[in-house]
Ligand binder design. Structure first.
Ligand SMILES: Cc1cc2nc3c(=O)[nH]c(=O)nc-3n(C[C@H](O)[C@H](O)[C@H](O)COP(=O)(O)O)c2cc1C
Ligand code: SF4
Length: 488
């Protein structure tokens, strides 16, 4: 993963933990309304993919236990990991693209209700993503994957056949494979070079592809169907994933230059996300909470700015969304080159660092990097007379930070991701004057490295603890426990 060159070490701070009475009077533990439902307080565990679904995208026993463990800590809300809205193979990522996924999802809702005694509200994040291929072995790329065009034929003719064209494909392919890098860069276009160096990746601007051209016709129905299933499964609401490197975020990005009315200016870029929301609302009805997660800033060259995000926030709020959750960065544009045979991962570049900053950082540090942008977006919402709750995230691990976010009006709800993974009991401990017993996240991104390799996500602070305890479920390699030990 990319790291700021400064490499200044920042340690998590417990700061001052509140007494039970102080917590009871705090903003953090005060209730808030999200659409038609009341959250008992303003704590939120945002989506985190733990790579525990079955290969077919069903809820597994490991998924149930993962969310059960979070629910035992009783945050006000948990958002279930990014869950695919299409009925297509996508490895051990949860899916909700068909009715057959419903029994498992219903069980998940029941487990969370039981474990939190009804205190934790459960949302599910709905995601669509475009196809991305693994970085190819160059020999295979030239032999099989590269689509030969007239440009390649002409270049071959000019270089090898005295300007004559008409060579067979095999000759052209082996000639391309033999070229030095400098010469190759003159023959292949930018997308072909990207496919060679990183693996082919679809974009929302690939208008020559029928299924990409058709996204505005397909996606509203797909999201709508998924949201209806989520309501049927018993979830308290849905979060539309409009953030990071995925389809909807790409529609919102200034890099979306589609000429069909769904790209270009900020209003055109917001058009499909709004149409998706309208269809979802039509499918789930007025009383079911629907919100989205989107980027306060894309953090890539020429990417979405805070000004864009202010516009989107107001547009989404005015359309009727019940909550807005902000994230940051996490784009493919600046992802590091994967190894041959591996796929690019959107959290490996600078924008990835902005999304999940680690303890070696710049002077600003990893704690609250998105808060400046979040505060501006919050102010823009209020200036537009929108009271839609705004959720802040990023490096929040102690009570004083969380309380300050609310006291200063930067946001209305505080999301705690890696800290909740490090200690799912954070919420109960802090609320009950036991903050001193919190296992503080140290922001090493060990969990994130596992996520990157699609391995079962755990935390290094507890995954080797009491491994021999009876009933402890272990990771596939048998070396790590899969859920945090019980707090006694
Ligand atoms: C293992 C892991 C998986 C994640 N998966 C998702 C996801 O599915 N959807 C999403 O919007 N964010 C995802 N995130 C980002 C977090 O929700 C959160 O925005 C980020 O970790 C910053 O918050 P934190 O500093 O409190 O961890 C993931 C983060 C981690 C560590
Ligand atoms: S592995 Fe644990 S301590 Fe390290 S960043 Fe993840 S949650 Fe925090």
């Amino acid at each position: 993963m990319w790291r700021p060159p400064e490499r200044i070490r920042h340690d998590s701070r417990p700061a001052r933990w509140p007494s039970t009475q102080e917590a009871a009077l705090s903003r953090l533990f005060s209730p808030i309304q999200v659409g038609s439902i009341a959250l008992r307080h303003r704590t939120w565990v945002p989506a985190m993919v733990p790579w525990r679904a079955t290969e077919d995208g069903f809820v597994s026993q490991d998924v149930l236990e993962w969310y059960e463990r979070f629910a035992q800590g009783r945050p006000a809300a948990i958002v279930v990991e990014a869950t695919g809205i299409r009925d297509v193979p996508s490895g051990p990522l949860l899916r909700i693209g068909d009715e057959r996924f419903l029994p498992g999802l219903k069980q998940l809702v029941e487990v969370v209700r039981r474990a939190s005694e009804g205190e934790t509200r459960l949302f599910i994040q709905l995601i669509d993503f475009l196809s991305i291929r693994r970085r190819p072995d160059p020999a295979r790329y030239f032999a099989e994957y590269l689509g030969l065009t007239e440009r390649h034929r002409r270049a071959f003719g000019a270089a090898e056949a005295g300007g004559a064209v008409g060579a067979n494909d095999a000759e052209i392919r082996s000639w391309l494979a033999s070229l030095e890098r400098n010469d190759l860069e003159k023959v292949l276009d930018i997308r072909e070079l990207e496919s060679l160096d990183h693996g082919a990746r679809e974009r929302v601007t690939d208008m020559h592809l029928g299924h990409i051209r058709d996204l505005p016709r397909q996606l509203p129905g797909l999201f709508g169907g998924a949201a209806r299933r989520a309501r049927e499964a018993g979830f308290d609401g849905v979060e539309l994933h409009y953030a990071h490197a995925y389809t909807m975020a790409c529609f919102l990005s200034p890099h979306n230059t589609r000429g069909d009315g769904y790209g270009g200016g900020v209003a055109e870029r917001a058009r499909l996300p709004l149409e998706v929301y309208e269809q979802v609302r039509a499918d789930v009805g007025a009383g079911f909470p629907v919100g989205c997660r989107f980027l306060a800033e894309e953090c890539v060259s020429g990417g979405g700015s805070i000004d864009d995000a202010e516009y989107f926030a107001c547009a989404f709020a005015k359309a009727g969304m019940d909550f807005l959750s902000l994230s940051r960065g996490g784009k493919f544009d600046d992802a590091q080159q994967p190894k041959v045979g591996a796929a690019a991962y959107p959290y490996t570049g600078r924008s990835g660092y902005e999304c999940m900053p680690s303890y070696f950082s710049d002077a600003q540090g990893p704690f609250g990097r998105n808060l400046g942008a979040t505060a501006r977006i919050h102010a823009a919402l209020r200036a537009a007379n929108c009271n839609t709750p705004l959720i802040a995230a990023g490096g929040i691990h102690n009570f004083e930070q969380a309380e300050a976010v609310l006291a200063s009006g930067q946001a209305d709800i505080v999301a705690i991701a890696r800290q909740a993974l490090a200690d799912p009991d954070w919420f109960t401990k802090v609320r009950n004057g036991r903050g001193a017993q919190v296992r503080l996240c140290i922001y090493t991104n060990y969990c994130e490295a596992l996520d990157q390799r699609h391995r079962q996500v755990t935390c290094e602070l507890w995954d080797r603890d009491a491994l021999d305890e009876s009933g402890v479920r272990r990771s596939a390699d048998g070396k790590r426990r899969l859920i945090a030990p019980k707090w006694s």
